[in-house]
Design a protein around this ligand. Structure first.
Ligand code: ADP
Ligand code: MG
Length: 214
């Protein structure tokens, strides 16, 4: 999937977040988005998800301007190719990890007879094969974020958007998550767009970096 920002300006009322932003994210890229709090990192992610719309300019996905897509099913089709993870995991607390993943698969209409084997695959990918039958309250922060990643990955997305995914993790767990994201990027060519404050990641890894400022 190719994601293009074409001359995007975004204002929230009087607050200008982006002015004439041009940006191209190519299939298979691993990109860090960094910048201080309030610089627009989450807004960038939300514009890709079509949750926030540009004030002017266009977000273009695989050649289609999001603002010009009339058929809601087409938006859903694009949306299904994008997995998202957040700082606060956003798992459903009264479902086990396995059930959380099954629900995501069910929502996208994944073939029912393949759900159980797909869950097995993704929990191995994120190294939770011994914990997936537990509830979120029974897992550590690092495990919760890996569970959240497993859910995002289960539907075989072309892109993973990760908005400050290490914000609630200690350095060891944060690095574990980054390693898994790198593996996924290399193995499956999944595009990764990750926002972060953490300059250690950016300085230690040779990735593309988008730096936002005021
Ligand atoms: P970051 O994720 O880098 O902290 P955000 O994208 O959340 O930045 O926010 C960028 C700016 O836009 C901030 O000044 C924030 O207060 C403002 N903002 C974000 N969302 C809204 C909103 N829904 N309504 C009004 N202002 C918003
Ligand atoms: Mg944010």
């Amino acid at each position: 999937m190719e994601i293009v920002f074409d001359n995007v300006t975004k204002n929230y009322g009087p607050i200008n977040v982006f002015r004439d932003l041009d940006l191209k994210i190519k299939a298979g890229d691993f990109i860090f988005v960094t910048g201080p709090s309030g610089s627009g990192k989450s807004t960038l992610i939300k514009m890709i998800l079509n949750q926030v719309k540009p004030s002017s300019g266009h977000v273009i996905i695989d050649g289609q301007k999001l603002s010009e897509i009339k058929d809601k099913r087409e938006i859903d089709r694009i949306r299904k190719k994008i997995g998202v993870i957040f700082q606060d995991f956003q798992l459903i607390n009264d479902l086990t990890i396995e059930e959380n993943i099954a629900l995501a698969l069910d929502i996208v209409g994944y073939p029912e007879d393949k759900i159980s084997s797909r869950i097995n695959e993704v929990v191995k990918l994120v190294k939770l094969q011994h914990r997936y039958f537990l509830f979120p309250s029974q897992l550590s922060g690092g495990e919760l974020q890996r569970a959240s990643l497993a859910r995002a990955l289960s539907v075989e997305p072309e892109v993973i958007l990760a908005d400050e995914p290490t914000g609630n993790l200690d350095p060891t767990n944060a690095w574990n998550l980054i390693k898994i994201l790198q593996e996924i990027n290399e193995k499956f060519k999944t595009t990764i767009v990750m926002t972060t404050h953490n300059m250690d990641f950016i300085e230690s890894l040779d990735k593309k970096v988008i730096k936002l400022d005021k």
